[in-house]
Ligand binder design. Structure first.
Ligand code: EPU
Length: 333
């Protein structure tokens, strides 16, 4: 177990915010995760568990312990890959394709670690991590016991799982077992995947071609955190009653939306923020990305407080214009 005191988290959050924590600990194996669990049990200091920091907004120094996994390894067993929680999720996606294991192509280039994929149920282009997750191996902090948690127990939903609610801070994830398909069944009907493929003259893509296309689409819209600090989508897309959607659709012709079920419709928060005129604008050193209004960016040296201020101002404007509450997808500390 690695442990550092008074540690800067700047390299551990993609917003690039320079906040410190009182103690930073890393586990690289199941045995070390047990040691960390014991430390957390006995020290009685508050703690948080972070992944790649791509969904994290630090608004202050943290007077507790920040826990991070560096558990590595990707091991194939039949149609499954057992992946260390500290592996980069996109490395798993890339590897799966080289192995002739399919289903993760649409999740290409999502930032973050394997452990976080299971907590956050990351998703893009009509696919979600939950479609691949078979089970999760973790240390229960309260007991130090190894647990194998099945997908069905996690109650996955849109960017949600029990790890974010009743299981929050209860487990140190060591590995995630993903189950793939051995036949390639591309999902091309979401957003502009098909039209992007057509630009390259492709109608029946290979898995590699689909991955490359998804990467191109994402790179065109989402800023590289190494260049411009950001945490991907800052807000979740709100799910509203169909009556509310009908009311707005009457006012805004061609309003984008995704049907959830008979009663509920998802409305893209990025579109609403754009309609409020925020795209490309800034408030202090915090800004709204000029190619995708759902992404808040650090224009250089912004504090977490400045980003929160921008977030709250946008929430107020969206509420005023559309009568809809939007909430951050990122974890605000
Ligand atoms: N739109 C605008 N203006 C904008 C942004 C979006 O008009 O500035 C419109 C688009 O034209 C489109 C609709 O809003 O009609 C939806 O936009 P987009 O397809 O870009 O997707 P999104 O709903 O903004 C979600 C995920 C992304 C994921 C994409 C593609 C959430 C919170 N975000 O974004 O995930 O990559 O769909 O599947 O669900 C992330 O979570 O970090 C993330 C990037």
């Amino acid at each position: 177990m690695k442990s550092e005191l008074n540690y800067s988290l700047k390299q551990h959050n993609t917003f690039g915010i320079d906040a410190k924590c009182a103690q930073f600990v890393e586990y690289s194996s199941e045995a070390e995760a047990k040691e960390v669990a014991e430390l957390l049990r006995t020290s009685r200091v508050p703690y948080i568990i972070i992944g790649g920091g791509s969904n994290l907004l630090l608004t202050r120094d943290y007077e507790g312990i920040v826990v991070h996994s560096t558990c590595k390894g990707i091991e194939r067993q039949g149609s499954r890959l057992i992946c260390g929680s500290g592996e980069v999720f996109d490395d798993v996606v890339a590897y799966s394709i080289t192995q002739g294991l399919y289903g993760a192509e649409n999740l290409s280039l999502i930032p973050g670690d394997v452990g976080a994929s299971a907590v956050q149920n990351i998703g893009a282009y009509g696919a979600e991590a939950k479609d691949l997750i078979h089970s999760i191996r973790a240390i229960e902090i309260a007991t130090g016991n190894v647990c194998v948690i099945e997908n069905a127990e996690c109650e996955y939903g849109y960017r949600q799982s029990r790890f974010k609610h009743d299981w929050k801070n209860q487990y140190l994830i060591v590995s995630v077992e993903y189950e793939f398909s051995e036949t390639f069944e591309p999902r091309l009907d979401y957003g502009n995947i098909r039209s992007e493929l057509e630009k390259s003259g492709i109608s029946n893509p290979t898995a590699h071609e689909l991955r490359d296309t998804i990467i191109r689409i994402r790179e065109a819209k989402l800023p590289d955190p190494k260049v411009l600090g950001n945490a991907g989508s800052f807000f979740m897309n709100p799910i509203v009653a169909r009556s509310k959607y009908n009311e707005l659709a009457g006012q805004y012709e061609g309003m984008p939306h995704y049907d959830i079920d008979a009663e509920n419709v998802k409305i893209p928060a990025g579109w609403m923020i754009d309609q409020c005129g925020w795209k490309g604008k800034s408030l202090g050193r915090a800004g709204v990305h000029d190619k995708q209004a759902l992404v808040l960016v650090n224009r250089g040296g912004a504090t977490g407080q400045e980003i929160v201020k921008l977030c709250e101002t946008i929430q107020k404007d969206v509420k005023q214009k559309f009568g809809i509450d939007i909430y951050p997808e990122v974890n605000v500390i």
